[in-house]
Ligand binder design. Structure first.
Ligand code: FPP
Length: 220
C-alpha cells in the first residue's frame, strides 16, 4: 500500500494523514475483490524495514493498525472475510496490537468468502529465515528438504502463491514482499498513490493480468 507519504506531502499534510487516507483505499479494494470473487487478498501493512522510520510514525502506524482492526473487524466479519496475518510476532509489536490481531483472527476464522491476509512486521527474507529455522528445529534431514518442505514452514502454508501483485506509487521493486511466493506471479505496476487506489484500479489490474500469457517456465 505504497505512496501514502507522498500523497500527504503533495497536499502539504503530515505523512500520517496519507496513511489515514489509505484506509478508504483498502476498504474499497476489499469490496472490489469481493465483487470479483477473489478468494485471497494480501496487503503489505508494515514491513520489517519500516521500524527504521521516525518513532512518531512507527507509533502512529501501530495505533492506526490497532484502530482499524478494532473499528472495522465486525464489518469485515459480516462481509464473510477471514482475516489472517503473516509476519514476525516479535517484542517490538505492542501487546495491545497483538491482542487485536488475535481477536480479529478468532472472530473471522470460520469465514470463507475471502481471506484478507495482512502482512505485518513482514519481510520476505525474514519469512525464509524463519522457515529454515523451523525446519532445522524440527530435525529434518537435509536430503529430505524440498520446495514443499519450505512451503510448509512459511507463515501461512495454506496461502496460495499470488496470481498477481500490484505495486502502487510508480515504484518498480518487490521490496521484500512474499519473496518465495512471488516466483511466478504476474507483476502489475501503477503510478496511482495508495490513498487514491480504488476498486476500479483493482479491476484494471485484473484485466491486465488476464491479457498476460502465463507459462510457468514451460513453452506454452
Ligand atoms: C507505505 O506508504 C504505507 C505504509 C507503511 C502503511 C500502510 C498501512 C495502511 C494503509 C493501514 C493498513 C492497516 C490494516 C489493519 C490492514 P509510504 O509511507 O511508504 O509512502 P511513501 O512511499 O510515499 O513515503
Amino acid at each position: 500500500m505504497d505512496g501514502n507519504g507522498r500523497w500527504a506531502q503533495k497536499r502539504g499534510l503530515p505523512r500520517t494523514e496519507g496513511h489515514a487516507a489509505g484506509e478508504e483505499a483498502l476498504f474499497d479494494t476489499v469490496e472490489g475483490a469481493l465483487d470479483l470473487g477473489i478468494g485471497w487478498l494480501t496487503v503489505y501493512a508494515f514491513s520489517t524495514e519500516n521500524w527504521r522510520r521516525p518513532v512518531d510514525e512507527v507509533r502512529y502506524l501501530m495505533g492506526f493498525n490497532e484502530s482499524i482492526l478494532t473499528r472495522r473487524r465486525d464489518e469485515l466479519n459480516e462481509r464473510g472475510v477471514r482475516i489472517r496475518f503473516v509476519g514476525r510476532r516479535d517484542r517490538r509489536v505492542p501487546a495491545r496490537l497483538l491482542r487485536r490481531m488475535d481477536e480479529a483472527l478468532a472472530l473471522t476464522r470460520d469465514n470463507s468468502r475471502m481471506t484478507l491476509t495482512i502482512a505485518f512486521n513482514y519481510g520476505g527474507r525474514a519469512e525464509i529465515v524463519d522457515a529454515v529455522r523451523a525446519i532445522v528445529d524440527g530435525g529434518v534431514r537435509p536430503g529430505r528438504i524440498d520446495e514443499d518442505t519450505i512451503r510448509a514452514h512459511l507463515y501461512d502454508p495454506a496461502m496460495p502463491d499470488p496470481d498477481v501483485v500490484i505495486r502502487t506509487s510508480g515504484e518498480y521493486r518487490i521490496s521484500n514482499f512474499l519473496l518465495w511466493e512471488l516466483a511466478y506471479s504476474e507483476l502489475v505496476f501503477t503510478d496511482v498513490l495508495w490513498p487514491d487506489f480504488r476498486r476500479e484500479h483493482l479491476f484494471e489490474a485484473v484485466r491486465e493480468f488476464q491479457r498476460r500469457d502465463r507459462r510457468f517456465g514451460g513453452s506454452g
